[in-house]
Write a protein that binds this ligand. Structure first.
Ligand code: BJW
Length: 231
C-alpha cells in the first residue's frame, strides 16, 4: 500500500454479511422478503408509512440487540486507515455502523444510517435507537413534522456525492468490497476512479455486475481477503 497516496474504499452489504446482517440481492436476501418499491422508495413511504417504519424498526431492533459485531474485514480497514500515510476515504453504502464500531474514522454513509432519524423539513438529524413511529415529531421546526428514517431510498440523492467524486478524481487506488454493482451512482465509482488513473480492486464472493471495469478481481470472503490485502 506504500506506493499509493490516495485511497477510496467502497463497501456494500457483503462486508457485513459475515457479521450476520442480511444482504439485499442474495438468495434469502432482503429483496426476496420485501418489495423494494414498498419499503425503499419515497412513494412507498407516502403510501404506507407504517410498513416502511416497521421494516426499519425491525432491522434497528436486531442491530441494537448487539448480535451483529464487526468482522475481520471491518477491522482490517481500520488497520489500513491507521497505517496509511496519505488520504483515505471509506465510503459505505451500508446503514449499519460496524465500520465505526471497529474504529474507522473517515467513514461516509452515502445511503444513510439506521440509528438516525431525520426531520424532512430542516434535514436535522437525531440519534434514534428505538422504534420510530409516525407520531414521532421533530423538535426543530415551529410546526413539527413526523421524523423519517435517515435512509436514502431509490430516486433520492445519495449523501456526500461532491466529496466522494472529489476523492475519486484524485484517488490512485479504488477498492470495492462486497457490493453487487447494481445500484447507481455507487456502481459507477470504479469508472470514475479509473478515468482519473486510479488502480482498482474488487473483493466479492462472486464477480459483481461491474467486475470487468476492475484491474483486479479477488473472489472470496471479505473476512479473509481484506486482511490479506491490507497485510
Ligand atoms: C460478499 C460476501 C462476503 C456477500 N464477502 N462479498 C437505470 C439505470 C441506472 C440507474 C438507475 C436506473 N433507474 C434508476 C436508477 C437509479 C437508482 C438505481 O441505481 N437503480 C438500479 C436498481 C438500476 N439509484 C438511485 O435511485 C439512487 N439515487 C440516485 O440515483 O439519485 C440520482 C442521482 C443522479 C445523478 C447523480 C447521482 C445521483 C439511490 C439509491 C438508494 C439505494 N438504497 C438502498 C436501500 C437503503 C438502505 C437500506 O435499506 O439498507 O441501499 S437499496 C440497497 O442496495 C441498499 C444498498 O446500499 C444498495 C446496494 O446494495 P449492495 O450493498 O451492493 O448489496 P447487494 O445485496 O446487492 O450485494 C451484496 C454483495 O456482497 C453481492 O455481490 C455478494 O456476492 C457479496 N457478498 N457475502 C464478500 N462474505
Amino acid at each position: 500500500m506504500s506506493e499509493y497516496k490516495k485511497i477510496v474504499v467502497l463497501t456494500g452489504a457483503g462486508i457485513s454479511a459475515e457479521s450476520g446482517i442480511d444482504t439485499f440481492r442474495s438468495k434469502d436476501g432482503l429483496w426476496e422478503k420485501f418489495r423494494l418499491e414498498d419499503v425503499a422508495t419515497p412513494e412507498g413511504y407516502h403510501r404506507d408509512p407504517k410498513l416502511v417504519l416497521d421494516f426499519y424498526n425491525q432491522r434497528r431492533k436486531q442491530f441494537c440487540s448487539g448480535i451483529n459485531l464487526p468482522n475481520a474485514a471491518h477491522h482490517a480497514l481500520v488497520e489500513l486507515e491507521q497505517k496509511f500515510d496519505g488520504d483515505f476515504l471509506l465510503v459505505t453504502q451500508n446503514i449499519d455502523n460496524l465500520h465505526e464500531q471497529a474504529g474507522s474514522k473517515s467513514v461516509l454513509h452515502m445511503h444513510g444510517e439506521l440509528l438516525k432519524a431525520r426531520c424532512p423539513s430542516s434535514n436535522q438529524l437525531v440519534q434514534w435507537l428505538g422504534d420510530l413511529n409516525s407520531d414521532d415529531l421533530c423538535t426543530c421546526c415551529q410546526y413539527p413534522s413526523p421524523l423519517r428514517p435517515h435512509i436514502v431510498w431509490f430516486g433520492e440523492m445519495p449523501i456526500g456525492l461532491d466529496k466522494i467524486y472529489h476523492h475519486l478524481s484524485e484517488a490512485d487506488l479504488f477498492i470495492a468490497i462486497g457490493t453487487s454493482g447494481t445500484v447507481y451512482p455507487a456502481a459507477g465509482f470504479v469508472e470514475e476512479a479509473k478515468s482519473s488513473g486510479a488502480e482498482s480492486i474488487e473483493i466479492n464472493l462472486e464477480a459483481s455486475e461491474v467486475h470487468s471495469h476492475f484491474d483486479q478481481v479477488k473472489q472470496g470472503k471479505a473476512s479473509q481477503l481484506v486482511p490479506e490485502l491490507v497485510k
